[in-house]
Design a protein around this ligand. Structure first.
Ligand code: C2E
Ligand code: CA
Ligand code: CA
Length: 806
């Protein structure tokens, strides 16, 4: 070692030594810069960069050697053999190229470092000793073996260290470090190698053409050094320019991708290189942690086959596809994946776009749910009932089991809705649905199919007894008082039941059968349940037919009016005739109003029929020889919907009938549904001079509060009370109370349905103002009420009011 140091200090021109070191360092740094570029270059360009690096390195070794040779002052005149001098440069460059290729091979890192290092060490040593061999002079040249071995070994060792440290060449620091190890490898050979050389005195052997003199060598080395400097300068500039551009490009790309809503990431060979901020949010990790990860690890395991299949097909054939990613917290998130090849920092890569489908899926599910469910109660609607029923029927058919379809219709729901408002009605429906649900099994279905109509499908308990038990529990539950907005509300329900397979085998038939059973319950006064019977269908059919026939009844002039007298309770004198409509059906004969008026009310035919009755009654009354009043029944629907006031006013005007001779009979239900509007209409009628009677008093709600809403002219005690008179003590007490109530309110009281003389006597004794009933006269065409009949009635009453003997 001392010999080597001594050689440098005493046998060399120190300025030239420094120059050679500078050239060497610069050359080595240029080499590492070029190697770094080779690492980032597209695969097909890697070799070129490596070749450039090898040439630079070779020239650096070479110029160091010869500058140092110039600095070497063994006191000799020196000449160099041209061929060997040039060959030594080739040895260095080709050897370096081989070393770089070995270093970039796809072998384990340690093998790459060692193989690269050995080759590079040999290249440097080879150049050096070829250079030494090129010296041409007359003296002797002695080599110290130990130092030669040491020089080669040190060069190999430094080269191995250089490659071992060259894993992060993209940083300046690492480039400088590796460049230093290269420089040491070169200097090590050279100075140890020169120390190994001992030159005996002699003369330079300058035989023309084959050798270079010191001056020529100086020129050659100078040019090569300059070339190295220039190329290193150029490489550094290009490098800086390229990396600045690459950084700018990267920055722009990141900015753009961060603005995107979609998750974007770039991968090369399945390794993530870049990911945008949407991706950071989705995967719940910063980009730094995601870079370098396997792209497959970002996806749910179930999606792996789909992704591998995708990767295998050509980029242009890849349609967007649905897969699942493993998002933050391990949750699987559905995404739509699409890929595009791109050029990323000069090399091909793939950009992957992931569109989060969570919102879309949620919206789709919500829309699907809305389409199948009732918005208010969230129960399945009619559409999804049909689907579920079809499915249940399929299952029942396969398992040879049975099932029950149950129609539920709420009683008195409409009055609650009208009296307390729609919000209360909605709240009630929600409570109703909860109460019904509490009575059925999770496997059963409850659907809301109309305003206050529900359908249950019981699959769990299909025998008639069990279906009936469930339906009874539902009836009981709905009979219990509800509390809506602090108010107590009572409703009830009617239920119709149909069974599979006995009552039908398809959804439609079963629903119709349950509806027919329900219709029967409603006809029988509601609040109960019925099973479907085959005869019910016939009734429904018959009703449908009646409805169709009724539609043309007015035009075909099939309606007629019968009249029933209402007489003075004291004298028996006729005061009013109640007009009662009949339908003279060409085939069925006379149809009583109780059979067709309800149908007319349900189908809006009531408007036309009601108008016809009013007009016919006025026409008739105008033709009477006595100024009797005519009393006309106006049904609640007709009262609410059609312009009753207008129709009556017109009929009175057309027939020149005194309004005071016209009586409108309405029932309490007119006030229940929309009290305010009803009172307005009633006041309007009163203003016209028409009289207004409250019909059927004592039935229905019989609430005194309705009597306070509007002051009627009279009320008619319902025939159900009159019928019981003389039979029960209660009936007498009740009738007396009603009569007294009416009189206290300043109203007239009429008793209807009077059939016996006993009833007549009691009612007269109670002070009833008017009497109506079969005892006096049955309803009949006006012509049949003769003078004789009138006198017979008068006789019935005698002169004095009988005294009550009870
Ligand atoms: P309502 O207004 O209570 O009419 C009285 C009903 O009692 C009539 O039946 C009449 O025939 C019957 N009646 C009268 N006296 C007696 C009696 O002593 N004993 C018995 N058992 N019944 C008696 P009708 O004519 O069958 O009418 C039934 C219901 O049809 C009426 O009850 C009324 O609500 C409705 N109605 C009748 N005509 C019309 C009409 O033109 N328009 C509307 N909207 N409804 C009508
Ligand atoms: Ca009546
Ligand atoms: Ca009545």
């Amino acid at each position: 070692m001392l010999k080597v140091l001594g050689c440098i200090v005493y046998e060399h021109d120190i300025r030239l030594v420094i120059l050679s070191a500078v050239i060497c360092i610069l050359g080595c740094y240029t080499t590492t810069t070029l190697l770094a570029r080779a690492g980032e270059a597209p695969r097909h360009l890697v070799d070129r960069w490596l070749a450039g690096a090898a040439a630079t390195f070779g020239c650096s070794v070479w110029s160091l050697h010869f500058v140092a040779m110039l600095a070497f002052m063994p006191g000799q005149q020196m000449a160099y053999h041209v061929g060997l001098t040039v060959f030594s440069a080739i040895v260095a460059s080709v050897g370096a190229y081989a070393a770089f290729i070995a270093w970039t091979a796809r072998t384990p890192e340690s093998i790459r470092a060692v193989s690269g290092g050995v080759l590079l060490g040999l290249a440097v040593s080879g150049m050096h000793y070829t250079g030494v061999a090129a010296m041409s002079f007359s003296g002797f040249l002695l080599l110290d073996r130990g130092l030669v071995t040491m020089s080669v070994a040190s060069s190999i060792a430094f080269s191995i260290v250089a490659f071992a440290r060259a894993s992060g060449l993209n940083t300046k620091k690492n480039q400088l470090e590796v460049a230093s190890w290269f420089a040491l490898a070169i200097c090590g050979v050279h100075f140890a190698g020169m120390a190994a050389v001992t030159i005996a005195p002699g003369v330079a052997d300058i035989s023309a053409g084959t050798v270079l003199g010191t001056a020529l060598l100086a020129t050659a080395v100078g040019s090569v050094s300059v070339a190295i400097l220039i190329s290193s300068l150029a490489a550094v500039t290009v490098e800086q320019h390229l990396s600045r551009r690459a950084l700018q490009e990267l920055g722009r790309m990141r900015l753009m991708s961060n603005l995107a809503q979609e998750v974007l990431f770039i991968h090369r060979d399945g390794v993530v290189l870049e990911v945008n901020s949407a991706g950071e949010r989705l995967f719940g990790a910063p980009a730094d942690h995601l870079r370098g990860r396997s792209a497959l690890s970002l996806f749910a395991v179930e999606s792996t086959p789909a992704l591998i299949r995708r990767a295998a097909c050509p980029p242009l054939d890849r349609q967007p596809e649905e897969v699942e990613v493993r998002a933050v917290g391990g949750v699987s998130v559905p995404v739509e994946i699409s890929c595009q090849p791109i050029d990323y920092l000069g090399k091909s890569a793939t950009v992957v776009a992931l569109r989060d489908l969570t919102d879309r899926k949620r919206d789709e599910a919500r829309i699907r749910h809305l389409a199948r469910h009732d918005a208010l109660t969230d129960l399945p609607n009619r559409y999804s009932l049909q689907e579920r029923l079809d499915l249940s029927l399929d299952v029942a058919a396969q398992q040879r089991s049975s099932l029950a379809v149950i129609y539920i219709d709420l009683d008195r729901f409409k009055p609650v809705n009208d009296l307390h408002g729609h919000a209360a009605g909605d709240a009630l429906l929600i409570q109703v649905s909860k109460r019904i649900l509490a009575e059925i099994q999770p496997s059963d279905t409850l659907a809301r199919v109309g305003g206050d109509e529900f359908v249950m499908v019981l699959t769990s308990q299909s025998q008639p007894e069990k279906a009936s038990a469930t339906a009874t529990r539902v009836l009981d539950a709905l009979r219990q008082t509800f509390e809506i907005e602090g108010k107590r509300v009572e409703i009830g329900a009617s239920i119709g039941i149909a069974l599979y397979p006995q009552d039908g085998t398809d959804a439609d038939t079963l629903l119709r059968a349950a509806d027919a059973a329900l219709y029967r319950v409603k006809g029988e006064g509601r609040g109960a349940l019925r099973f479907y019977e085959a005869s019910m269908n016939a009734q429904v059919q018959a009703r449908l037919q009646l409805e169709q026939e009724l539609a043309g009844a007015v035009e075909r002039e099939e309606l007629v009016l019968h009249f029933q007298p209402i007489v003075n309770g004291v004298t028996g004198e006729v005061e009013t005739f109640e007009a009662l409509v009949r339908w003279m059906h060409p085939v069925r004969g006379m149809v009583p109003p109780l059979e067709f008026i309800p149908i007319a009310e349900e189908t809006s035919l009531i408007d036309g029929i009601g108008r016809w009755v009013i007009e016919a009654a006025c026409r008739e009354a105008a033709s009477w020889p006595h100024p009797w009043r005519v009393s006309v029944n106006v049904s609640p629907k007709q009262f609410r919907r059609s312009d009753v006031c207008g129709v009556i006013a017109k009929a009175l005007r057309v027939n020149a009938l005194d309004p005071a001779r016209f009586v409108v009979e309405v029932t309490e239900s007119v006030l229940i549904d929309d009290a305010a509007q009803a009172v307005l209409t009633l006041l309007q009628l009163r203003e016209m001079g028409v009289r207004i009677a409250l019909d059927d008093f004592g039935t229905g709600y019989s609430s005194l509060s309705y009597l306070q809403l509007f002051k009627f002219d009279k009320f008619k005690i319902d025939k159900s009370f009159v019928r019981k008179l003389g039979k029960t003590e209660d009936a007498l007490t009740l009738t007396r109370t009603i009569v007294n109530l009416g009189h206290n309110l300043g109203l007239h009281v009429t008793a209807e349905g009077v059939e016996t003389e006993e009833q007549l006597a009691i009612l007269r004794a109670l002070g009833c103002d008017q009497i109506q009933g079969y005892l006096v006269a049955k309803p009949a065409p006006m012509g049949s009420f003769t003078e004789l009949a009138r006198l017979r009635v008068m006789a019935l009453f005698g002169r004095d009011r009988p005294r009550l003997y009870a």
